[in-house]
Write a protein of this length. Sequence first.
Length: 469
Amino acid sequence: MNYQFDYEKFCETFNVKTDKAVDSLRLTHTQDICFKLFPYKASGKAQAPIVTELDGIVSGFFRKALGVETEPVEFEALCNSLIEEMDIEDEDVEFFKDVIQSLFFEDSDFVAKNLGLYPFQTRMNNKSEERLAGFLLNILGVDQHDCIDIGNAMDQYQYNVIEKMVVEAINATKTTEKDTEISYFPIIIDVQEKFKKDFHFMLHTEMTTLEDFANLLAVYYFYYMSQTCVALDQFGMGSRENPLCLYYALDWEKVSKNRRCCIEGWERIQTNVNHMFSHAITLEILNQHSMNGKMFDYIQLQEYAKQNPEEDEQIAKEIEKAENAYVSCVGDYKRFDQIKYSVGGTKTDAAIRHLFRCVEEQFLNTDRKRANQFYNEKFIEFCKARWIKNRRKSGLVLNLTERDIIFLTKIAIKDKEKIRLIDLYKEYEYRGIFLDNTSKEYLQEFFTKLNLIDKKSDSGDAQYVKRIL
């Protein structure tokens, strides 16, 4: 591997100020230069808005997937382009424009309401949404095969006459956009196959509304982030493909503190989630090495050290060099020498854990805790808005609404006529959503009220849930 810490690169990346006093902070906590972990910035809501609704990123997701770019769709220009291709009486022109305005615009913004137009929706001036769209594209593993299928689905979509005209007019002006930024590094990879199965199914069904795709992205965004935060806190011992079981409650049921949804849900991961910024900085430091263009995460470094034990000590020494460079620039924190090394595992993993502790401790014990909070809250606030319910005495609990259940059931059953109830639970679990027996009883009652239960016998394993139309 020849892993070597590059001090000059470190100084450039972290904007080290050699002329400042040694007992002051002489660097900037930078991330996303050599290692891209999460799409967040350590800034307040005014500079880096928090994205809690994913409807706004669907357009960016499709645009980046297809690599297309257009000038903003302007009302008059679009109308003129359409009229040129039509045989229309002069007295009907204004009426036609009114129709286009009502169907495709909100004020001056072009609004996409079908699959073929999502990439061309007017961009909002929200860089947080743009970063999140690119992040999801990378970590969900969207590749050329997926892009071809998106194009095929757009071609096969059942447009009405006016929609077809608008799609053709806009497609005539599109250009290819080449993304030159480095990609986000996927820590958890089992999410990719799961997402793609659901995504490709939806592309070729009627589940192509903005709400449908926003729901899908919300499911896998939370799945990836929650499992990644857990894996990162396990450092080199983390797993890319063995997800932690997280338990949810149904929105309308009452819960008590001893329920699994209270113990093994949000409560189980909220500490991990609060370490995100420290991991982003630690991984940025670790990737200040001499191998340009190569990104290493904790798991890769640990696996290499285990497979090549003769290099373990040397890699650990290089990581210690990186740590020394870092702590020498954080002169306003005086207790680095009190941080103990972990025992066990490879020397490489121990060095990584110690570096992380150094980063974490200085954030928690200086005025930089605010930047740490700003970064971590970007995901936490999304969770609170989308997946968490405050159960008062029982605390914060992962939550499924009726909307979530209907959506999850649709993508679980897909084009089958029905599914065994016990198999439906397994489909939920496949997507990272676990229910205890009490929640399962409430869910069965919910399906019964909707007349979706097809009983073959009184035994639970012989009950079926019918497809939701």
